[in-house]
Write a protein that binds this ligand. Structure first.
Ligand SMILES: CC(C)(COP(=O)(O)OP(=O)(O)OC[C@H]1O[C@@H](n2cnc3c(N)ncnc32)[C@H](O)[C@@H]1OP(=O)(O)O)[C@@H](O)C(=O)NCCC(=O)NCCS
Length: 158
């Protein structure tokens, strides 16, 4: 099954177990945009991670023919059950990336449209993400709002 975008020269589809190579390729190309992405152990780490994350992560890929040109993912968190209320689940959106050659054609918006539609079907109560500066206008257009009700404690590098 594919979502909107077909008429624009790309198609957005949920990633299945066999799409590890495409997701790995996208991840390496994303990192290569800003630094050296040669790392002989990267594929193995991706393969381990892909299996470990499978049960709680949903991923979508955008394809131009046979080439993966973008991705988006959501990790599901389930709250501790509480008496008298259904157990809520929410999603953290991550790994939203589109190949630079395909940007500003609606690919990321189409990927996020698929993520949001799926999250609604799944009954998630909210989606949360940590945007890059360049992605903020897109998320705002999709209805995301600034959140001032989160705190963070940075633990690395100290
Ligand atoms: C951010 C990113 C995912 C957007 O992908 P995209 O496919 O180009 O996005 P879309 O074409 O769907 O853009 C939709 C709208 O978002 C806004 N937008 C997208 N990129 C923008 C940019 N660089 N600057 C300002 N606004 C931008 C525009 O309003 C755009 O609509 P328009 O082209 O009609 O003006 C892509 O630039 C990217 O992969 N960047 C590097 C990785 C990254 O920052 N990921 C986000 C992590 S949270």
């Amino acid at each position: 099954m594919s979502w909107a975008g077909d008429t624009q020269g790309y198609a957005v589809r949920p990633a299945g177990p066999d799409d590890l190579a495409a997701v790995t390729d996208c991840r390496r190309r994303w990192v290569a945009e800003r630094t050296d992405a040669s790392d002989p152990g990267f594929e193995d780490r991706m393969a381990d991670w892909w299996v470990r994350e499978a049960d709680r992560r949903a991923t979508w890929l955008a394809w131009a023919g046979e080439q993966p040109i973008g991705m988006a993912a959501t990790v599901i968190f389930e709250r501790m059950p509480a008496p008298g209320a259904p157990t809520a689940r929410w999603g953290y959106v991550s790994q939203v990336w589109v190949d630079a050659a395909y940007r500003r054609r609606g690919v990321a918006s189409t990927l996020m449209g698929a993520v949001i539609a799926w999250a609604r079907r799944e009954g998630l109560v909210r989606l949360v993400l940590n945007p890059s500066d360049e992605s903020r206008p897109m998320y705002a257009a999709l209805g995301f709002r600034e959140a001032s009700d989160l705190l963070r404690l940075d633990l690395s590098g100290r």
